[in-house]
Ligand binder design. Structure first.
Ligand SMILES: Cc1ncc(COP(=O)(O)O)c(C=O)c1O
Length: 404
C-alpha cells in the first residue's frame, strides 16, 4: 500500500468525538448517555427556516453560485446591518459551514511553515485545519482562574515572531465561554497592527452573550483591511446540519482570494441557503433568536448552580457561547471520561470532552473537561448527578488501585 502522508497522520482527531465508540457501546448495553461533549443543540430549528427548505420550488437541484445564492447574500447583508456590522454583498461569501470559512482564512493568511497565534484552550479543529494547511499553532495560554481572559500584551508579544501571520480566536469562546472586554479587543487590534497580522475572528456564537456585551472585530475601522470574519448559522439558528457558514472581509484582495477558494470547491449547499433566506425574511426572526439566548442563559444558571455543589469541581461562570471548561479532581480527565462510559455503574451516564485536546501546550488541560449546556434543564441536572457520583466512585477506585 502507498504510504499515507505524514501531514494527514499527524493531524489530531477531534477530542470531542474521539470517545464516541465507547458511548456507542454504553448505549448498546442499554445505558442512557447525556451528551454534553458536543455542541449539538436540542433546540428545534426555526419553522421559518425549515419551511424555506420544504417549500423550495426546485426542478433541478443545481449548484448555487460560488459566492452564494443572491437571496442568501442579500439576507445576510441585512442581518449584519441589524448588528451594526455594515457588510456589502461583495464582502461576503456563503461557505459550507464556518469550518470551510476557517480553512479559507488560513489558506489566505498563511503559507506553509507560517504561524497562527491562538488563545488556548481553543476549538480543537483549529489545530486540525492548521495542520492540514501546514501552518503551526502558537498557543497563547489562558487560565481557568482568570476566566480564560487574555494575558498582557507583553506576554502575547513575546510569542510573535517573523513567521507569525495571524491571530485566530473564537469570540465568544469555545470551549471557554469567554467574552473579551473592549480593552482586550483593542489590545488584540493594536498587536495585529503593530506586527502586521491578520485577525481571523470566529464569531459563530455572536448572539450568545450573558454578561457584558459583544463587540464584533468588524467594528474596528483601523483594522478593516486585516479582519476576516468567520461566521456560521449552525448554533445560532440551531441548524448544524444545514452546513452554512460565512466568510467576510472588507479587504478587496482578501475577498478576491476567497472567491477563488469558493470557485475551487464549487458551491455551498443550496437547501441550507434557501432555509437561511427564509428564516431571515421572517419578521420575527430576532425574537426567535432572543428565545434561544434566554434558554441558554437559563441552562447556564442551572448547570453552574448544580456544578457549584460538586466537591472538587472548579470553574468560573462563562460569559457567552454554551460551553464551560471545568477543572476536575482527577489527574487524567480523558481516563475519567472514558471510565464514565465503560465502568460507571449507573443506568445513565454523562459524556464530556476531555480538556487536553483543547490545548497545544503539552500537559495542559489534563485535569479539565468541556461541557456543552445544550440539553434541557432536567437532563443537565441528571448529567451533573451522574458526574458527581462518578467522581466519587472513580476516585475511590483509583485510591484502592494505588493501595494494592
Ligand atoms: C468556534 C467554532 N468555530 C467553528 C465551528 C464550526 O461550525 P460549522 O458547523 O459552521 O462548521 C464550531 C463548531 O462547533 C465552533 O465551535
Amino acid at each position: 500500500m502507498p504510504e499515507i502522508s505524514a501531514r494527514s497522520r499527524s493531524a489530531p482527531s477531534s477530542p470531542i468525538r474521539r470517545l464516541y465508540p465507547l458511548a456507542r457501546e454504553a448505549k448498546r448495553k442499554g445505558k442512557h448517555v447525556y451528551h454534553l461533549n458536543i455542541g449539538q443543540p436540542d433546540i428545534p430549528t426555526p419553522q421559518s427556516y425549515l419551511s424555506g427548505v420544504r417549500q423550495a420550488d426546485i426542478d433541478v437541484l443545481s449548484y448555487a453560485p460560488s459566492p452564494g445564492l443572491e437571496v442568501a447574500l442579500e439576507a445576510l447583508a441585512g442581518y449584519y446591518g441589524r448588528w451594526n456590522i455594515p457588510l456589502h454583498e461583495e464582502e461576503l461569501l456563503v461557505t459550507t459551514g464556518g469550518s470551510e470559512a476557517i480553512t479559507f482564512a488560513l489558506n489566505i493568511a498563511c503559507d506553509p511553515g507560517d504561524r497562527v497565534l491562538i488563545p488556548e484552550p481553543f476549538y480543537p479543529n483549529y489545530r486540525g485545519y492548521a495542520q492540514l494547511t501546514n501552518v503551526e499553532v502558537t498557543p497563547i495560554t489562558t487560565e481557568r482562574e482568570d476566566g480564560f481572559h487574555l494575558p498582557s500584551s507583553q506576554d502575547i508579544e513575546r510569542l510573535i515572531d517573523r513567521r507569525s501571520r495571524a491571530l485566530l480566536f473564537s469570540h465568544p469562546g469555545n470551549p471557554t465561554g469567554v467574552v473579551y472586554s473592549e480593552a482586550e479587543l483593542e489590545r488584540l487590534v493594536e498587536l495585529a497592527l503593530r506586527h502586521d497580522l491578520f485577525i481571523i475572528a470566529d464569531e459563530v456564537y455572536r448572539e450568545f452573550v450573558y454578561e457584558g456585551t459583544h463587540r464584533s472585530l468588524m467594528s474596528f475601522p483601523e483594522a478593516a483591511d486585516r479582519v476576516i470574519l468567520v461566521d456560521s448559522i449552525s448554533k445560532r439558528f440551531s441548524a448544524c446540519g444545514a452546513r452554512i457558514g460565512v466568510f467576510a472581509s472588507k479587504n478587496k484582495q482578501v475577498m478576491q482570494e476567497a472567491n477563488k477558494c469558493a470557485t475551487i470547491r464549487l458551491s455551498a449547499p443550496t437547501f441550507g441557503q434557501l432555509g437561511l433566506a427564509s428564516f431571515l425574511a421572517d419578521p420575527h426572526y430576532a425574537e426567535v433568536i432572543e428565545g434561544m439566548i434566554g434558554e441558554y442563559r437559563h441552562r447556564r444558571a442551572v448547570l453552574c448552580d448544580a456544578l457549584e455543589s460538586v466537591p472538587g469541581i472548579t470553574f468560573r461562570r462563562p460569559e457567552g457561547a454554551f460551553y464551560i471548561m471545568i477543572g476536575l479532581p482527577v489527574t487524567d480527565a480523558e481516563d475519567f471520561v472514558g471510565w464514565m462510559l465503560t465502568d460507571f455503574p449507573g443506568e445513565e451516564t454523562v459524556m464530556l470532552a476531555p480538556g487536553e485536546g483543547f490545548y497545544a501546550t503539552p500537559g495542559k488541560g489534563c485535569d479539565e473537561a468541556r461541557m456543552a449546556y445544550v440539553l434541557q434543564e432536567q437532563n443537565l441536572l441528571s448529567a451533573v448527578a451522574a458526574l458527581e457520583h462518578g467522581l466519587e466512585l472513580y476516585n475511590a477506585t483509583q485510591k484502592t488501585a494505588a493501595n494494592t
